[in-house]
Write a new protein. Sequence first.
Lengths: 236, 244
Amino acid sequence: MPSARVLRILTQLKQSAESSANPERLCEVSAEVVGASGAGIMLMSHASLGGTICSSNEVSTLIEDLQFTLGEGPCLDAMHHVSPVLEPDLADPAFGRWPAFAPPAVAAGARAIFGFPLQVGAVCVGALNLYREVPGDLDVDQHADALVMAGVAARSVLTMQSDAVDGELASGIEVGSQIRFVVHQASGMVAAQMGVNLSEALIRLRGYAFANDRQVTEVAKDVVARRIRFHKTSEG
Amino acid sequence: MPRESLLAQTLVELADSLVDDFDVVELLTLLTDRCVEVLSVAAAGIMLVSAEGELGVMASSNEATRVLELFELQCQEGPCLDCYRSGAPIIAADLTSADGRWPHFAVESLSAGFRSVHALPMRLRGTTIGALNLFRHEAGTLDESDSRAAQAFADVATIAILQNRALLAAQVVNQELQYALQSRVVIEQAKGVLAERAAIDVEKAFTHLRSFARSHNRRLVEVAHDVIDGSLATADVVAPGRQP
């Protein structure tokens, strides 16, 4: 019943507007409204990876982590193309896309996955990620509701940031989110250890994580705690 | 169309405005028309405060209402104004016995044929941006479901208007967001670089970065850039004036 869903969106809107420091609700309601098993919201910028603003459950968190580690997946594509990216069967994805992302995401329980850009006019600040435990397309209403929720999330992010101190991230974004600051710290350390620039250092970190079947965040923590070291040559 | 469907459809139409660009006056006019169709009221009008802080009549379901609201603004008294000023709903259930609260408005309203008025605030997060005013020929108050529906309309319209205003600033805010995000990344990277070079932990590295920035009266992000590109020596940041 679409009107009941719209009412839920409106209720959510009111609540999120009333308490802008609670992005968690955005993910929960996005998943509920669209009929997904879980939802996550990723913040992205052209120059850096940003991070996860919220995720509604552990699988969603893992999906965001995988995309962050591997540099591929529906959120990144949705952001890059500024268009919804729909994959109704992640076990057999169209164009054989996301060869690194798809298998572990399916293993975690995501059989269908959808990415919607967080768009306000021409501005795109990130992506909404929705997954389902069963394969299948979103129906027309669910697709429309996902677009609404992505728009709502984008505006919420911008509304939060508009209250921020000049030059700083809004506390609502920084506190509630899991922005992978540790990965950037580790990149700095790896850059100094290997004598390479920071983008090269990040690639090395991701390569190490992928090769060892670990999340880049976990590897980064080990680097910062000096349990892992990278060396000047290509080993490590 | 049955009342419930019309109510739902109105909310859907209002919600649609959240997705697309829309004309504020058009949206508010739709809202006043729908109030008359859906609720048991004879007329509806909306007063909205401008960016400059001036209250104006933005929409009304008919001319009599528009004139009445303009009159209210002119003589600076009436339930809509009180509602806007207080941010709370104001109900004038019977203007023939309004005990002299709005003497000029009561006369004007009664002569236009309206005996009762409900004024509902359009407010969000403590800010009142206007009022939705509902006029009825008869005395009395709206029933529970009508007043809830009316407040829902007012709430959604408020969100739509505020978001529309935010949209105008979206480009600017997004640039600030990108800058803030990028600055944070650069600072985190610099912490890592400095921690590695000085063989200290990242927290300690941050303390050094911050005190260097403060004592040299520079922005943290600039110092971070200089650490990363090597134009600022590790020793200068970690132990200024002391042994390395």
